[in-house]
Design a protein. Sequence first.
Length: 148
Amino acid sequence: MRLKKSQKFMMALTAGALLVGCGGGGDGGAAGDAASQAAEAEMPAASEPGPLDPELAAQGAELMKAKGCSACHSVGGGRLVGPDLAGVTERRAREFVLAMITNPDSMLANDADARQMLAEYYTPMANQNVTRADALALYEYFRSVDVE
């Protein structure tokens, strides 16, 4: 089978993105689960986001850098390998965003919107074993960008 130049480019781009990934994963251990459950219990429902938590948003901004998410995503800089995350809290439900961050494999297998995004961006979101607590911090960061 002979590939077109554009197909070869997309394959090379995908391979590079997968090699760079979104950084290291969390430990996923019991301590992370307990922290995740505690953070989730304190988080308001998606329909009632509550006031912005600047400290949690700052933690999310640091996680975005530490996990290397900017290898595939910008926040206000336009499309990269993955979608621009500016406005994501306005385009998607909170639980969708959290599920894509914490369990992208399941989302791609079970969610039509996630599969549509894969068809558009050609690269699956890498599963980095992000804890729910870290995903909540990232979501709060995205919220902080969206209200500016």
